[in-house]
Design a protein around this ligand. Structure first.
Ligand code: DP6
Length: 334
């Protein structure tokens, strides 16, 4: 029997009573994967082929204010009403369909991204994680973070990780119903760690992650090597975090991103997200490293680059990349 998202929601909410309130607010951070999620074993439930590991972006993410309303669903993003038929609204309303107590229940969603949307970094991850947290509060379900992570995953795989701050591991799990596929925070802080966001293009990409990973699995001869590589990298990253070994962390994250892109580049037709400027930046990063600056990068399914470095390198990084937006993921803990 193939399970649907609705089956999973019924399972998670079984035995819970709804105690609706007028309005609920929630925030969830965006996250950048150091070991990527690339490929699904179940497309309906967003169950991944491998486990992944990310770093949440602290104050950068999505805020959601949610209320029930009459008539029809409405959504506002960064102060502007989004037309009902826009892909963003359609995907959101379809997700909300999973949670309507009656077919006549509609929602008013006010969403704001604290991560610059125009810079091409806005991710559905923080949006779905904030939305699930707000739903849990609005209906008074009293779900724990693990259950919220499972529900957020149904919206977008990487949203399962945005339920937490800091380093987060999303366990791939092996169950068919995905009840063992949720994220958990690592018990580790690294206050000196910095992420630098470099915007190369803010245009919406032609192929999103979802069709991109499907196309890679279906056509790339290199995908077969990916699961073992991701599994090795995940273990390596976790031990680098425990040992506070920045070189090992950076090297592994960069190599993981490059290996993921290699699988895409070898797909047919190719999925080449890099722009000439992305390549120039990569070469500059490698050259700086050869000059002794401990600097690494990672990239998702797009042309933009995320730098990884330590606090003490920040002045040097700002000199070379004046437009960089620096994030201190553990700053709240200092
Ligand atoms: C390259 O979570 O956006 O950013 O589950 O289909 O919504 P869906 O995909 P999504 O994919 C993210 C892919 C990635 C790597 C990562 O964040 O781990």
């Amino acid at each position: 029997m193939t399970l649907t998202k609705k089956d999973v929601v019924s399972n998670v909410l079984r035995g819970r009573t709804s105690m609706p309130r007028a309005e609920a607010k929630a925030f969830a951070p965006a996250n950048i994967a150091l070991c990527k999620y690339w490929g699904k074993r179940n497309e309906e439930l967003n169950l991944p082929v491998t486990s992944s590991l990310s770093l949440s972006l602290g104050p950068l993410g999505s805020e959601v204010v949610l209320a029930t309303c009459e008539g029809s669903d409405r959504v506002e993003l960064n102060g502007e009403a989004v037309p009902e038929r826009a892909p963003f609204a359609a995907r959101l309303f379809e997700f909300l369909d999973l949670f309507r107590p009656t077919p006549a229940t509609h929602f008013n969603v006010i969403a704001r991204n604290t991560i610059p949307t125009a810079a091409g970094f806005a991710s559905s991850a923080s949006g779905f994680a904030a939305l699930v947290t707000a739903l849990n509060d609005l209906f008074g379900w009293g779900l724990d973070k693990r259950a919220c992570s499972i529900l957020a995953r149904l919206g977008s795989g990487s949203a399962s990780r945005s339920v937490y701050e800091g380093f987060v591991e999303w366990h791939a799990g092996s169950r068919e119903d995905g009840m063992d596929s949720y994220a958990e925070p690592l018990d580790a802080r690294w206050p000196e760690l910095r992420l630098g966001l470099l915007t190369i293009s803010s245009e919406t990409k032609k192929t999103g992650s979802r069709p991109g990973m499907k196309h890679t699995i279906e056509t790339s001869p290199l995908y077969a090597a990916w699961p073992a590589k991701a599994t090795r990298d995940l273990a390596e990253l976790k031990s680098a975090i425990v040992a506070r070994d920045f070189e090992r962390l950076g090297r592994t994250a960069e190599s993981n991103a490059l290996a993921m892109h290699a699988t895409m580049i070898a797909a047919w037709p190719t999925l080449l997200y890099w722009l000439p400027e992305s390549v120039r930046m990569m070469q500059r990063i490698v050259a700086m490293r050869e000059d002794g600056v401990p600097l690494f990068f990672t990239m998702d399914a797009g042309p933009n680059i995320k730098l990884l470095f330590l606090e003490q390198s920040e002045p040097r990084i700002r000199e070379v990349f004046p437009d960089v937006q620096v994030v201190a993921p553990f700053s709240a803990y200092r």
